[in-house]
Design a protein around this ligand. Structure first.
Ligand code: HEM
Length: 528
C-alpha cells in the first residue's frame, strides 16, 4: 500500500514484488521473512561459537559468495545506456525489416566498451572501443555488434583466441592488463601482416577518444539486406556521432586514467542525467555483386573498408540515447549481444570472421550467464511476443503454456504457435560452389594498400601522433627483433613513417621492407 509503505515496488515475471526505491521498510530474507537483527550472528552465548541454525546469516553469506559471474573474455569493461532508433524510411525499399519502416521508432540498448582490459581497468587505454546496439524490433532482437573502427586485425576467426591471448596480460606475470604496449601483442601483430591496416587506426587518435559521445561506430563486416521480393543488397553499417569526433592526446589519456579511471562512463552518465541526448546517425553503404567485383580487395575481407569517396554513406535514421540504467549488473553486465541475432530482411555475408563470430557469442554467453535461458533476463528479452516450444533449463521464466510442447500436433485451438514462411526469417538463397579447403583467397592478400591510404589521409598532426604512438608502444617492447619487424612492415606503408619510428627507436640500421606476403588481385591480372 503506497500510503503506508513508501517503497515503490515492481512485479516480477512470477508475480512477486521487488523493491525498487529507498525509504524505510522491513528488511527481509530472500524468502521474504522479516529480519529482526541484521548485525549479530546467532551464537551459543555472546562469546560462543556460531550456530548452524542461523539461516539468515547462511543465506546472506551464501548469496554474497556467489555474486560474481565470469567477465566477458573480451570487451569486459563496458557501459550501457538506453535509447531509441528512428528510421527515416530510406531503407524500406531495400530491406523488409520492420525496423527500417518510415518513422518506425525502436527501443535500443547500447553498450560501449574497451576490448583488452579487464572489468576493473581504466577507461582511456589505447584500444578499440566496442559499440554494440540491441534493437528491440517488432520482429525480434537485431544486434549490431560493432566497433569504433571500420576494420579488424584478422581475417580468419581461428586466429582470434591467439590474438586475444597476445593482447591481454602475459600468462606468467599477469600484466600488462590493458595495453597493447608489450612484447606478446607486437610479436603476434608483426607476424600477422593483415593487421597492419587496423594497427594504423588503433595508433591514430581514434584509439583514445575524449568521450564515448564522440566516437563513430561500424558494423565492420559486409552484411546483406533483403527486400520484400527477396532481392539482396550488400551493406556496410556506420554510426556517425552528431557531436563529431574528438580525441585526447596520449599525455592527457595517461593523466585521466590516473585521476579518474571511470572518466568515460562518468561522462556518459553525467551527460544523460543532465539532460544531454547523445545522438548518432545510422548510415549505410549499399552495393551489389557487380560493384563489389570492381575492387582490388574483397568485400568479404574484414581488414578492408569501402572508401566513402567511392561509395558515399547514406543516412537511414538516427539513434538517441536518453536513459541511464537502473542497475548496472542487471543491464550492462548481463546484456548479451550476438552477431547471429538478425531479423527478417537482414542477413549475413560469407565474411569468414562474421561466420566465426556467429558461433562464438552464443557459446560464451551460455557460460557467462549461467545456462540457456539468458533471453529471459529482461535486458535480453525481446519486446515482441516470444512463443515457441523450448522449455525448462536453469532459471526458466517462460515455458510453453498448456498441454502442448511439441509440433506438429493436432490439438486444434490449443495447438500453439506455427511456423510462417511469409512472416518468418528466410535465409537468402545464395548460390554456393566450392571444394572443402583450409585456405584464404588471393583476394585477401594485399595487407598494405589500405593501411597506406589511411595514413596519408591523416593531417600532419595526426600523422605525427601515429608515429609517436608507434614509438611509445614499440619502446615498451623489450625484444629488438620485434621492433625491427614492425619497422619492416612500416616500410611497406610509408617511408617517412618508417624513418621516424626507426629513429625514435634508435634502430642500429634500417631493415629491409617486409616481403609482401602474397600477390594482390591487381598483380594477378594479365598484363594488357
Ligand atoms: C564481445 C568474440 C570480432 C565487437 C565479444 C565476446 C566474444 C567475442 C566471445 C564476449 C561476448 C559476451 O561475453 O557477451 C569475437 C570473435 C571475433 C570477434 C570470435 C572474431 C573472430 C569482433 C569484431 C567486432 C567485435 C570484428 C566489431 C565489429 C565486439 C563487441 C563486443 C564483443 C562490441 C562487446 C559486446 C558487449 O558490449 O557486450 N566478442 N569477437 N568483435 N565483440 Fe567480438
Amino acid at each position: 500500500d503506497p500510503k503506508t509503505d513508501p517503497v515503490a515496488t515492481t512485479t516480477g515475471a512470477g508475480g512477486e514484488t521487488h523493491q525498487t526505491a529507498g525509504g524505510p521498510s522491513v528488511l527481509t530474507t530472500q524468502q521474504g521473512v522479516p529480519v529482526a537483527d541484521d548485525q549479530n550472528t546467532l551464537r551459543a552465548g555472546p562469546r560462543g561459537p556460531a550456530l548452524m541454525e542461523d539461516f539468515h546469516f547462511r543465506e546472506k553469506m551464501f548469496h554474497f559468495d556467489h555474486e560474481r559471474i565470469p567477465e566477458r573474455v573480451v570487451h569486459a569493461r563496458g557501459f550501457g545506456v538506453h535509447g531509441y532508433f528512428e528510421s527515416n524510411g530510406a531503407l524500406a525499399s531495400v530491406s523488409r525489416a520492420a525496423v527500417f519502416g518510415k518513422g518506425e521508432k525502436t527501443p535500443v540498448f547500447v553498450r560501449f566498451s574497451t576490448v583488452a582490459g579487464n572489468k576493473g581497468s581504466a577507461d582511456l587505454p589505447r584500444d578499440v572501443r566496442g559499440f554494440a546496439t540491441k534493437f528491440y524490433t517488432k520482429e525480434g532482437n537485431w544486434d549490431l555488434v560493432g566497433n569504433n573502427m571500420p576494420v579488424f586485425f584478422i581475417q580468419d576467426p581461428i586466429k582470434f583466441p591467439d590474438m586475444v591471448h597476445a593482447f591481454k596480460q602475459e600468462p606468467d606475470r599477469g600484466f600488462p592488463q590493458a595495453a597493447t604496449a608489450h612484447d606478446n601483442a607486437w610479436d603476434f601483430l608483426t607476424l600477422t601482416p593483415e593487421s597492419m591496416h587496423m594497427i594504423m587506426w588503433v595508433m591514430s587518435d581514434r584509439g583514445i577518444p575524449r568521450s564515448l559521445r564522440f566516437i563513430e561506430g561500424f558494423g565492420v563486416h559486409t552484411f546483406r539486406l533483403v527486400d520484400a521480393g527477396g532481392k539482396s543488397t550488400f551493406v556496410k553499417f556506420h554510426w556517425k556521432p552528431k557531436l563529431g569526433l574528438q580525441s585526447v592526446v596520449w599525455n592527457e589519456a595517461v593523466k585521466i586514467n590516473g585521476a579518474d579511471p571511470d572518466f568515460h562512463r562518468r561522462d556518459l552518465w553525467d551527460a544523460i542525467q543532465a539532460g544531454e541526448r547523445p545522438e548518432w546517425e545510422l548510415g549505410v553503404q549499399l552495393f551489389d555483386e557487380a560493384f563489389a567485383e570492381k575492387f582490388d580487395f574483397d568485400i568479404l575481407d574484414p581488414t578492408k573498408l569501402i572508401p566513402e569517396e567511392q561509395l558515399p554513406v547514406k543516412v537511414v535514421g538516427r539513434m538517441v540515447l536518453d536513459r541511464t540504467v537502473d542497475n548496472f549488473f542487471a543491464e550492462t553486465e548481463q546484456v548479451a549481444f550476438c552477431t547471429q541475432n538478425v531479423v527478417p530482411g537482414i542477413d549475413f555475408s560469407d565474411d569468414p570472421l562474421l561466420q566465426g563470430r556467429n558461433f562464438s557469442y552464443l557459446d560464451t554467453q551460455l557460460k557467462r550467464l549461467g545456462g540457456p535461458n539468458f533471453t529471459h533476463i529482461p535486458i535480453n528479452a525481446p519486446k515482441c511476443p516470444v512463443i515457441n516450444f523450448q522449455q525448462d533449463g536453469h532459471m526458466a521464466m517462460r515455458n510453453p503454456k498448456g498441454r502442448v510442447n511439441y509440433e506438429p500436433n493436432t490439438w486444434g485451438d490449443q495447438a500453439g504457435p506455427r511456423e510462417s514462411p511469409e512472416k518468418g526469417f528466410q535465409t537468402f538463397p545464395a548460390a554456393l560452389n566450392g571444394t572443402k579447403v583450409r585456405a584464404r583467397p588471393e583476394t585477401f592478400a594485399d595487407h598494405y594498400s589500405q593501411a597506406r591510404q589511411f595514413f596519408i589521409s591523416q593531417t600532419p598532426v595526426e600523422q605525427a601522433h601515429i608515429a609517436d604512438a608507434l614509438i611509445f608502444e614499440l619502446s615498451k617492447v623489450q625484444r629488438v627483433d620485434i621492433r625491427v619487424r614492425m619497422v619492416s612492415h612500416l616500410l611497406n606503408i610509408d617511408q617517412a613513417l618508417a624513418d621516424k619510428v626507426a629513429a625514435g627507436l634508435r634502430l642500429a640500421e634500417m631493415p629491409k621492407p617486409m616481403p609482401a606476403a602474397k600477390p594482390t588481385r591487381q598483380d594477378l591480372k594479365p598484363s594488357p
